[in-house]
Ligand binder design. Structure first.
Ligand SMILES: [Zn+2]
Length: 312
């Protein structure tokens, strides 16, 4: 059973907004674009793995959680958690193509593309080891005794893996079902349902926002304005109670909501009337007040310095 359905990770959403609004000439622009591509590829891979697990859930009693954040002692985010009748398995998904060497000493993942381009990444095992350790400690802290294991999964067949024996099994997503079905049956069962509920009850929100602070990007490098949801490239102007795209003439009454979401993810989740005037590029404070109060934003503070909280 899929307990927590996959929802786009907050980092990917934020990176998309950042790549859209960051000054093209900014020093970090190329890095942000690369990170966005990686994050999107990662999510695509995870979705494929989730589909395989969903199929398995019809024939085997498993519970699956996707993109969960827990705290021990600091926040850590796990791609996919599978709870079987005997154990908890953390799935570290690596959507990467090319020739991949997983080296042991030192632990590195080296990827070579057809073009000969080589790149060295962190070995996925290092992170997975940390997460398995953290989750074990987290369970211990709550007096729950369950075996916790990990596997590294490459979702697609676009990778040739050269693997030096390591601590965790390495699989492709197609092998995942048979791997889980063939796990040795143990004498002692665990209460998989109760553990899944326990994890859901302890989920934390993944605090990566605001991304400008996270990446050390100055606010001035973020392009303000309401972007057209249809053509993506046009800026919109508020004319006669609606937003009109200067490029494709698309009209929209709620396009400011997307812009405010961007503001919340990139700059601050609280916004004043004055800041909203600048970010939405609309200098009428009465209109801004109406847009902010009629949206799903809470007011924080007294009238003069009133801040509106953007719900992310
Ligand atoms: Zn447009």
């Amino acid at each position: 059973m899929i307990i927590k359905p996959d929802k786009e990770a907050s980092l990917t959403l934020g990176l998309r907004a950042l790549a859209k609004r960051l000054d093209r000439k900014h020093l970090l622009f190329d890095q942000i674009s690369k990170e966005l591509l990686q994050a999107e590829a990662g999510e695509y891979g995870e979705k494929f793995i989730m589909k395989q697990l969903e199929k398995l859930s019809f024939v085997m009693k498993i519970y699956v959680l996707h993109n969960i954040t827990l705290r021990y002692p600091l926040s850590f985010q796990i791609d996919i958690v599978v709870i079987t009748p005997y154990e908890v398995i953390l799935v570290e998904c690596k959507n990467i193509r090319g020739n991949v060497e997983l080296k042991n000493r030192p632990r590195q993942m080296i990827r070579t593309l057809e073009t000969g381009e080589r790149r060295i990444f962190h070995h996925p095992e290092v992170q997975l080891e940390e997460y398995v350790y953290n989750l074990k400690k987290f369970f211990n802290q709550h007096y729950i005794k369950v075996p916790v294991n990990g596997i590294i999964v490459f979702p697609f067949n676009n990778v040739r893996i050269d693997y030096e024996d390591g601590y965790f099994p390495v699989l492709t997503a197609r092998e995942l079902i048979s791997f889980l079905q063939q796990r040795p049956i143990k004498e002692k069962c665990i209460d998989a349902y109760a553990i899944s509920r326990f994890l859901v009850a302890h989920l934390q929100s993944y605090e990566v926002y605001p991304l400008c602070r996270y990446y050390g990007i100055e606010i001035e490098a973020i392009q303000p304005g309401v972007f057209c949801p249809r053509c993506q490239c046009g800026q919109m102007q508020w004319i006669k109670r609606k937003w009109i795209c200067t490029s494709c003439l698309h009209t929209d009454q709620k396009a400011h909501l997307l812009a405010l979401q961007d503001y919340g993810m990139l700059i601050d989740k609280n916004i004043t009337n004055k800041q909203a005037q600048h970010f939405l590029q609309l200098s009428n404070r009465h209109v801004i007040k109406r847009l902010l109060t009629t949206s799903a934003y809470y007011k924080v503070g007294a009238t003069k310095q009133r801040k509106y909280q953007i719900l992310l």
